[in-house]
Design a protein around this ligand. Structure first.
Ligand SMILES: Cc1ncc(COP(=O)(O)O)c(C=O)c1O
Length: 401
């Protein structure tokens, strides 16, 4: 038998989400009710006008090989969108469609990271990042804890600048940033982003800005794109997706705005030879999403905000689980040190599964988060409420034991 799996560390990396989902499924198959707070998948349907646009485009024959960068009609609509909403000036040549934000990030790291290069990743970070970085042969990442301190107001922009500056080493090439942040719900302010931008300019670093949750901000929080700050467009690769804003996870459609220096590499080489672009009918539907009514986006945003409030209210009155109030995205990142009693976080995840509450261990989001779990709000409202009821019942009775 030949050895089928190559000897590359990335090919032995495992998925915490896959593990929890399999355990949740096994319990459901045994007849138990499980509240799915582990997945990051909107439970809403894609708005009908977007679905109709796909059907019409397919019937009209938009079924052939696409321009690997994306159709010009869509890229023109996206140029207007990023100028209007994100303050990023660009031309259609600076936009590349990808098969979701995941694929865009894969391409970004392929383009930016070489042998021995390092990217600094603010943490807690989305769990796919270590894998996406590791696919770039010989590259490595290092975490810089930031979002929780920013969310809780304990890190000033000056202190953030100093922390980031201290982390930069000679092999550091760039920074990966994600606001609104999965999993903490932190939304970086203009001042905080300016502090990061200052270090990027001073140390000549690139920035990959993952803005997957750009439309999901709560209360008075505002989404700001770092590429809109002075001197940043030429060093920032901004990644967006249709998945979260429009409940289009299965469509696999995302895009990036890249500095002109990447034009020759991103479309003709990386997009072409990984997927040869995105199904053209899907792109027509994406155009309908961008230029059409945005009321569905607002309805979903409000629903996530309401679920956040329900989760926090439901957990009030116990002290074993503490959730810093998320300002965006659709997760609560919960400190569970009061519930762990020195145990490994996986043992708590298993215990909660037995209660019917599926969550992800904080260690999926960075090695520093063994005292945390992520609770997703992209699940049915009644499941969020019931999960909080069960957890409160479990911990209110015993206090912060
Ligand atoms: C922070 C972050 N970035 C990017 C993505 C990519 O999503 P997709 O590949 O569906 O566009 C996700 C999805 O969960 C995410 O949480």
């Amino acid at each position: 038998m030949p050895r089928l799996i190559a000897d590359r560390p990335v090919l032995s990396m495992t998925s915490e989400l896959g593990k929890v989902m399999a355990a949740a499924r096994a319990r459901e198959q045994a007849g138990e009710r499980v509240m799915h707070l582990e997945r990051g998948e909107p439970d809403f349907e894609t708005p009908p006008h977007i679905v109709e646009a796909l059907a019409a485009a397919a019937r009209a024959g938009e079924t052939h090989y696409p321009d690997q960068r994306g159709t010009l009609a869509l890229r023109e609509a996206l140029v207007a969108k990023v100028a209007r909403e994100n303050g990023i000036p660009c031309t259609p040549d600076d936009i590349v469609m990808a098969n979701g934000g995941t694929h865009a990030l894969f391409l970004a790291f392929q383009a930016l990271l070489g042998e021995g290069d390092e990217v600094l990743v603010f943490s807690p970070h989305w769990m796919a990042i270590p894998k996406l970085v590791a696919f770039a042969a010989g590259a490595r990442m290092r975490t810089v804890p930031a979002y929780l301190d920013l969310l809780e107001g304990t890190l000033t922009p000056d202190a953030l600048r100093a922390r980031l500056k201290a982390a930069v080493e000679p092999r550091t090439r760039g920074i990966y940033l994600n606001s609104p942040n999965n999993p903490s719900g932190a939304v970086l302010t203009r001042e905080q982003l300016a502090a990061i931008a200052e270090v990027a300019v001073e140390r000549d670093l690139w920035v990959v800005s993952d803005e997957a949750y750009e439309h999901l901000v709560f209360d008075d929080a505002r989404h700001v794109s770092i590429a809109s700050l002075p001197g940043m467009a030429e060093r920032t690769l901004s990644v967006f997706t249709f998945s979260k804003s429009y409940a289009m996870t299965g469509w696999r459609a995302g895009y990036m705005v890249t500095p002109p220096a990447l034009r020759a590499v991103m479309g003709p080489l990386l997009a072409f030879y990984t997927t040869h672009g995105v199904f053209p009918s899907v792109q027509s539907a994406c155009r309908a999403a961008v230029i059409g009514p945005q009321d569905a986006v607002e309805t979903m945003r409000r629903a996530y905000q309401e679920r956040r409030d329900l989760l926090l209210a439901g957990l009030a009155g116990q002290s074993a689980i503490r959730v810093p109030k998320p300002r965006g995205a659709f997760y609560g990142f919960a400190n569970v040190s009061g519930a762990l009693n020195g145990r490994d976080v996986w043992s708590l995840v298993d215990e909660w599964l037995a209660l019917g509450v599926a969550v992800l261990p904080g260690t999926a989001f960075g090695p520093e988060y063994g005292d945390w779990v992520r609770m997703s709000l992209a699940t049915r409202r009644e499941d969020v409420v019931e999960a909080a009821v069960r957890l409160k019942h479990r911990y209110a009775a015993v206090g912060a034991r």
